[in-house]
Ligand binder design. Structure first.
Ligand code: ADP
Length: 178
């Protein structure tokens, strides 16, 4: 789908194999790696990513949910990894939607600042962090589409790379309504 000048696409697959300039990591505040997509990115990208995460952590402390930082992509095809932290689902009354939207927005802003033109996102917070899938897909797609409408020409390509079929279908349902 085309939003302004940007190609927005959905793929079912492994984000570590993407060839976009940047891939986004659903990290945790420690920036020290973890399970799920975080573990997969560090495994595939090698130690250079963790080294840079450690430097960032030493400089500025833990990364609050809704914020983003950028590191090298190490051995990945992607040149950069943008690490962001989604909210842990706590029932929906703890600002989770605002924080989740912030994670997407801050990642996109960082891409714009670094002049990154192509970027892939995983489904932030819908794994270990327990955010209900349909609601998270709605926030994710809406936030990205709004950013692209407000920043025409900032990016050439934004891709959601969704690991399993169920997640892919949830994002597809939201995109169909747009
Ligand atoms: P969070 O802690 O933000 O919930 P998780 O990594 O636990 O992050 O899960 C987020 C999503 O990433 C889930 O849909 C999970 O299936 C997916 N995922 C796991 N590994 C990969 C991968 N290699 N590429 C893309 N998505 C992945």
């Amino acid at each position: 789908m085309k939003i302004q000048d940007t190609e927005l696409s959905l793929i079912q697959g492994d984000i570590t194999q993407q060839e976009t300039e940047a891939i986004v990591n659903a990290a945790n505040s420690s920036l020290m790696g973890g399970g799920g997509v975080d573990g997969a990115i560090h495994r595939a990208g090698g130690p250079a990513i963790l080294e840079e995460c450690k430097r960032i952590r030493a400089q500025r402390g833990p990364l609050p949910p809704g914020q983003a930082v950028v590191t090298t992509g190490g051995n990945l095809k992607a040149r950069y990894v943008i690490h962001t932290v989604g909210p842990i689902w706590q029932g929906g009354h703890k600002n989770e939607a605002v924080v989740l939207a912030g994670a997407y927005q801050e990642s996109l802003k960082l891409a714009r600042v670094k002049d990154i033109k192509t970027i892939s996102f995983p489904s932030i917070s819908t794994g270990a962090y327990g955010y209900p899938l349909e609601e998270a897909a709605q926030v994710a797609v809406e936030t990205v589409v709004n950013f692209l409408n407000e920043n025409p020409g900032a990016l050439k390509e934004v891709c959601f790379v969704l690991f399993d079929h169920k997640t892919y279908v949830a994002y597809e349902q939201v995109l169909k309504k747009i």
